[in-house]
Design a protein around this ligand. Sequence first.
Ligand SMILES: Nc1ncnc2c1ncn2[C@@H]1O[C@H](COP(=O)(O)OP(=O)(O)OP(=O)(O)O)[C@@H](O)[C@H]1O
Ligand SMILES: [Mg+2]
Length: 280
Amino acid sequence: MTSNLNFDGVPLDPTLLPIPMTAINLSFNPLHRKADLVTVTASSPSLSQETTAQGAIAATNVRMSYQSGSEVFHALKGVDLQVPTGDMQLLMGPSGSGKTTLLSILAGILTPTGGSVKLLGQDITKMSPKALAKFRLENIGFIFQGFNLFPALSAVENVEVALKLKGYRGSSARKEALVLLEQVGLANKANNLPRDLSGGQKQRVAIARALAGNPSLIMADEPTAALDSQNGHAVIELLRQLAKEGGRTVLLVTHDPRIMDAADRITYLEDGLIQTKPHH
Ligand SMILES: Nc1ncnc2c1ncn2[C@@H]1O[C@H](COP(=O)(O)OP(=O)(O)OP(=O)(O)O)[C@@H](O)[C@H]1O
Ligand SMILES: [Mg+2]
């Protein structure tokens, strides 16, 4: 492992490794749909009473300004957002409204100009970069808008690298990577390089990688944009089950109307401000 290891855009200090392995419970079938929303019990290792009261994600007055040259652009103008544990929530809104900016801040990838973000009861805006990198590694599975796969690694190696960062060793990392690829329907492309995968297949590798180590928080930027209807449906069901069956929390940025029916709540972002409408 090199000393400049970078994962999900966050430089990782290798002295943090190995990180204790979280319990693995990914024995779901993505195509099986629960008839009803299940009451989520505290099965996640990171779940505390405080978390349950405040929600898994609690953002307060989050602001983000970008400086380009002498111009300052206010991309987020004071956003409040609460996502209860076990929810699958959507962030929607026009292009440029600030969705990726907000999701990146909620995932600890971007530091906001103001406001606070609590994840699982902990304020990530107060953490040191090291503590934040460790927290992200243990608790957040992030799926980027542009996949961010390592081009020189095969599909299975892309997933394996994430598992190794999370403490898997030797053949157990390869075995688990194959299980995760199987779950997104991609076991038959395990040895393909990203350039030899379609857009939808790359998306599924990115999803499998985000599920590595069974994180409690799953955040995704347009996870179904590149998928056809069958694969899009399977991915939506998978994300929904992750939320409902494991006490995980799923927050998705999407333009995809197919996901709207599976969501507990949709938050609309417009011009850097939020408008929340209950769904159903
Ligand atoms: N690094 C940056 N520097 C300057 N402005 C930025 C930067 N990143 C984003 N912006 C601006 O902030 C606004 C919000 O961008 P963001 O990427 O969050 O939008 P989005 O809602 O995700 O859009 P899309 O649906 O097209 O992905 C846009 O006007 C964008 O131009
Ligand atoms: Mg975006």
